[in-house]
Every structure is written in C-alpha cells, then in structure tokens.
Unconditional design. Structure first.
Length: 133
C-alpha cells in the first residue's frame, strides 16, 4: 500500500511542497551566481567613456574633442563606428560604449591608451572597463 504525505489545504502533499521550495532556492542561487559572475569578469573588448556631471552639466568641450578624435581615428584606420552612444542624464550625461572586438591587439591598446591620456586630468570623464548599459 502506497503511503502519501499529509495533504495541505490547497491539495498539495508536504513532499511536493518541500520539493518546490528546494527547487525555488536552487534556481534563485543559480541566478545570483550567474549575475555575480558576469559583473566580476570584464570583457577586454568592451569599455565605456562616460561624460558625467556634478551639477553643472558635462564638459562639452571635452566631448567635442573626443568626437573629433574618434572621427579622425575612424578615418585613419578605415573602421566603422566602434561605439554606441547612450544619453542618460538631464545635464547631458552621455556614455560611449565601445566594442573593439574587430581591432587588432595593438590597435585596441593604442585606442584605449590615447583616450585615457586625453582625459587623465578631467574629473568629468570616466573610463570604465565594464560598460554601464
């Protein structure tokens, strides 16, 4: 004779209930671990140049200098647009999300080094190894 678990008011056995709780916990943990793994491993082919504001708008001259640099870089290297522009703030805050997978290792280093050097003393421009968007 088959023994069944105690029936709960909504017609689920206690065994079914425990199994569903355990499965829910496993799924939640798997999602958390996957999300954490994605945040800790930056893609070497992606980075963000972020023009931020501290209450007075972004440094528009720096952004214009950046766009001129990228236009010249694209013409010299016969490359397509390497970034996606995302406007996200009320004061002109903008991110330029780069994907440089198609560049050679030498070109990747050169591009990133030039951008970092261009804005090393500018508090309103951040270079991030992990894209924000």
């Amino acid at each position: 004779m088959k023994k069944e678990g105690k029936r709960l008011p909504w017609n689920i056995t206690t065994c079914d209930f425990r199994l569903s709780i355990a499965l829910s916990i496993v799924v939640a943990l798997a999602c958390c671990l996957t999300a954490a793994g994605q945040r800790t491993t930056p893609d070497p082919n992606k980075f963000t140049v972020s023009f931020i504001s501290m209450g007075g708008g972004i440094d528009y001259k720096a952004e214009e200098r950046f766009r001129d640099f990228m236009k010249k870089y694209s013409e010299e290297h016969h490359s397509v647009t390497l970034y996606k522009m995302v406007r996200w703030g009320k004061e002109g805050e903008t991110d330029y999300n780069f994907n440089i997978r198609k560049l050679s290792p030498k070109q990747k280093k050169e591009l990133k080094d030039n951008i970092i050097k261009m804005f090393e003393d500018n508090a309103l421009v951040r270079i991030l190894d992990k894209p924000e968007h």
